[in-house]
Structure formats: C-alpha cells, structure tokens
Ligand binder design. Structure first.
Ligand SMILES: NC(=O)c1ccc[n+]([C@@H]2O[C@H](COP(=O)([O-])OP(=O)(O)OC[C@H]3O[C@@H](n4cnc5c(N)ncnc54)[C@H](OP(=O)(O)O)[C@@H]3O)[C@@H](O)[C@H]2O)c1
Length: 313
C-alpha cells in the first residue's frame, strides 16, 4: 500500500499546523482538520470520524510550545495532549482504522539518557523538568499504541522527530520554538533599530528537521514501517543556538551584536538522537534538506508574510 494512492481515505489531525501545512503540499487530496473538532472531547472526536470515516490516520494534533510556553503551562500541555491522544487512538480503534501514525518528539527522552538517544531508552527516566507535562503526555502515545497493538492488533506506529521548523510555524514571542523565535527577534531588532536580545548563553546544541522533510518522512514511515516501537526520524547533526542565531543574522543582513540574556534557562545542553533504525528502513541522510537552505527558505517565507504569520497577528 502506498499512502499517496489512497489520499482521500486519509485523515490528518492537526492539519492546519506547521507540519499539517507541509503535508498538504505533498498529499493535497487527503482530509485535513484543525481544532474545529476539539479532540480533547470524545464526542467531537467521534463526530469527526463519523464525517470522514477514515481508513488511515496521521495524528499531528497537539498542544505544542517552546521551552518557556511548556514551563508556563506544564499541566495544560499534559492534560490536553493526553486527552487528544487517548481519544484519537481509541476512536480510530472503534472505527477500525487500518493504520495510524502519531508524531512524538525527542522531548520524550529522559533527561539523563545516554547519547545519542536511542528508542530503547525512552522510558528509562524522567524527561527534562521543563518538558515534564509534554514529554510524559507524548510517552503515553507509545504506551497506548503498544497496548492496542497487543490487545486489538491495531497497526499504530510512532515516529520521533527532533526540533522542527519551517513555513507556517508559530512565531509567538513566548510560545514559539527557537528557530521562529530567533527569526522574529532578528527581524524586529533590525526594523525597529533595537538591541537583539536572545535567551540563554547560546551554547546548547540542538538537532533540527525541516517541516517539509517531515512531511516526506511521514509518508515514507507510513509505507515502510509497521513495528511496535517508536522510531527516531530526525535530521542528525547538532548546531549550537549561537550558530543558528548567527546564520539567521547573516541571512537577514543584521550586523549588530547579539546580546545573550543568561538569566533565562538554557534548557538541556544537548540531546543528539540516532536515526540508525530509520536508515535501516531505507531512508537516506541525503534526503534531508541542507540546514542552511531550509533556514533561508523559512526566513524568506517569514519576510514575505510578516506580519500575517501565526503568533504575530
Ligand atoms: N514543532 C516542533 O518543533 C515539534 C517537534 C517534535 C514533534 N512535534 C510534534 O509534531 C506534531 C505537529 O506539530 P506542529 O509543529 O505542526 O504543531 P502546530 O503547528 O502547533 O499545530 C498544532 C495543530 O494541532 C491542532 N490542535 C491543537 N489543539 C487541538 C485540539 N484541542 N483539538 C484539535 N486539534 C488541535 C491545531 O489546530 P488549530 O490550527 O485549529 O489551532 C493545529 O492544527 C505535533 O504532534 C507535535 O507534538 C513538533
């Protein structure tokens, strides 16, 4: 089965978000929904499935934030995501969905895990304290998927990307992730002639995957993988926040110094992940878009669309 050949039977939750919008370009004839059906509610989730009667589900919907947004609303991230995931996986079972793919995050990994992060270690300790609610809520998808596979033979798979960025990201000053946050701050510092102040000291190392690549990865994993364990799929290769910030300043032609606000937490120093199992399925590292090219495309999209971008309007 090739998912691209059965697009009208596919339901994509979270279809209005960053990754959902990337998938719309690859799979234009699938069914995309945002929060008009509130997936934290069982009844609304059932109504959604009654409307579309999907045979295949890509579950992207989630309460998603960067580090500060996660810390400020740690309980909401836990409860909303647990409710959404529980409902989508349970209603998919009730409607005899043939296959479902959910998206976890490297935030699920324990704070004290060995590097690189490997799938076997997901439950071997608590997530970093900044991610406690989001991290555990996403881990529960793994638990529910495995339990349903064992009891009901549900073909539910989970992929684990690292930090995502791209067009249609959330550029909110508090709730965004590092890439959109830095793009917006550099742009506004240049436009307003104000100092560029970024959080932390710039030393943490992160891996990044372009949202358009994740769209392709989702199709690839859906077609090729059917195991009970989550699989890391992110673009490996660490970049410091300082390197990222300097790259964005160069692309946006911002020449003033960067000021680092070290009163704000750095978060985890690093969390490199191994995508070996994904490569064993036939994915190639060359399939990921070059990091700088993807950042350039994202900056260009931001400049073309500001201020009509999510989190600014
Ligand atoms: N962004 C990252 O860095 C990152 C990294 C690793 C994993 N992930 C995972 O990747 C997936 C996609 O992330 P993303 O960045 O595309 O997220 P996003 O841009 O924030 O989009 C979130 C989507 O979820 C929907 N949603 C939120 N609350 C909902 C609710 N109560 N009921 C129904 N739908 C709801 C939103 O609908 P509306 O548009 O209507 O609000 C939107 O379509 C998520 O599962 C996320 O956890 C993201």
């Amino acid at each position: 089965m090739n998912l691209l050949n059965v697009q009208n039977k596919v339901l994509v939750t979270g279809g209005t978000g960053m990754v959902g919008r990337a998938m719309q370009e690859i799979m234009p004839n699938a069914n995309y929904v945002g929060s008009q059906y509130d997936l934290t509610k069982f009844e609304q989730t059932t109504e959604l499935f009654l409307k579309f009667k999907p045979e295949y589900v890509i579950h992207l919907a989630a309460r998603v934030s960067g580090m500060k947004g996660n810390m400020d609303a740690i309980g909401e991230h836990y409860t909303e995501n647990v409710l959404m995931n529980t409902n989508v996986l349970e209603v998919s079972r009730i409607f005899n969905v043939k296959k479902l793919l959910s998206v976890l995050s490297t935030c699920v990994y324990p704070d004290n895990a060995n590097f690189p992060l490997v799938e076997e270690d997901i439950h071997q300790g608590e997530p970093h304290s900044t991610n406690l609610g989001y991290g555990f809520s996403k881990r529960m998808v793994d638990v529910q998927a495995r339990a349903y596979r064992r009891q009901y033979s549900c073909d539910y798979i989970n992929i684990v990307p690292n930090n995502l960025f791209g067009e249609h990201d959330n550029f909110h000053l508090v709730k965004s992730h590092v890439v959109p946050s830095v793009i917006r701050k550099v742009y506004e510092a240049k436009r307003n002639n104000t100092p560029l102040v970024l959080w932390g000291d710039g030393s943490p190392l992160r891996e990044f995957t372009y949202s358009k690549d994740l769209g392709k990865i989702i199709i690839f994993a859906f077609n090729k993988y059917s195991g009970e364990h989550p699989i890391n799929v992110g673009n490996p290769g660490e970049h410091s926040i300082k390197e990222l910030a300097e790259m964005i300043c160069e692309i946006m032609e911002y020449k003033e110094p960067i000021m680092w606000d070290t009163t704000v937490s750095n978060g985890q120093p690093r969390k490199p992940s191994s995508n070996k199992k994904f490569l064993d399925l036939g994915w190639k590292n060359e399939n990921y878009t070059d990091f700088k090219v993807a950042i350039e495309d994202t900056c260009e999209w931001f400049l073309d669309n500001y201020p009509k971008v999510r989190g600014v309007e």
